[in-house]
Design a binder for this molecule. Structure first.
Ligand SMILES: [Zn+2]
Length: 227
């Protein structure tokens, strides 16, 4: 069930699913909404498969992207995000006994861990679960795409090929400086904002399709395991 389409009486007994993405640079060829587009696609499919069980919340787009330094992004600080999510999840805990955050953006991982801990360790009757797609490319395919590389490009190509500007990948320098996402930003690490540790970005719609179907299966099993 989709929250924005539901009445106040229909929401009870469901599991809220809240997709969280980002709005940030994804190289010269991918849309700034890449992370959001990916989690929305997964969430939409899960809602269709489990419509009597899942209550799909609207995606949270503006999140934590400070790691992109001088490249464009639209988000908020870690502190703001922790407060915002904690308040939202506390509100959920009045009506539900659990909720799932579906995260598509690496920059949100550390704050999500804090929010999860602070909610769960202070609530006996409500639990927050985080299901993250971050790192799944490495897990499924052993591909080291940390940002806007082979995995993300292939997924967007599969979801909506018109959103991938492949011709802009000509003459790209794929080298990545050490310390990215740790001591330096993506704008310091690579001139194009692509952090693809395996070199050249290879775009393969089939890989994108497999990624989405495996994540959907994993999330489906995860949701069923919560009963
Ligand atoms: Zn991304």
């Amino acid at each position: 069930m989709i929250l924005l389409h539901s009445t106040k009486d229909d929401i009870y007994g469901k599991i809220p699913l809240i997709p969280i993405g980002s709005i940030e640079q994804h190289g010269p060829h991918l849309p700034m909404g890449t992370d959001s587009i990916i989690v929305e696609e997964i969430a939409k499919r899960i809602e269709k498969m489990l419509s009597d069980k899942i209550l799909l919340f609207p995606t949270i787009y503006y999140t934590c992207s400070i790691e992109h330094g001088d490249f464009p992004y639209f988000g908020v600080s870690y502190i703001t995000m922790i407060s915002y999510l904690t308040e939202l999840v506390n509100q959920l805990s009045r009506y539900f006994d659990k909720a799932i955050i579906l995260n598509g953006h690496g920059g949100n991982e550390s704050i999500l861990d804090i929010v999860k801990r602070s909610i769960n360790f202070q609530n006996k009757h409500f639990k927050l679960y985080i299901f993250s797609v971050v790192g799944k490319g490495l897990e499924y395919f052993k591909i080291r795409d940390l940002h806007a590389g082979t995995v993300e490009s292939s997924i967007i190509k599969y979801i909506n090929p018109r959103l991938v500007r492949e011709e802009r990948l000509k003459d790209i320098d794929y080298t990545v400086k050490d310390g990215v996402f740790n001591t330096i930003t993506t704008s310091d690490a690579n001139p194009h904002g692509i952090i693809n540790l395996d070199g050249k970005v290879k775009i393969d719609e089939k890989l994108g399709e497999e990624f989405i179907s495996r994540v959907v299966n994993d999330l489906y099993s995860f949701i069923l395991s919560l009963e």
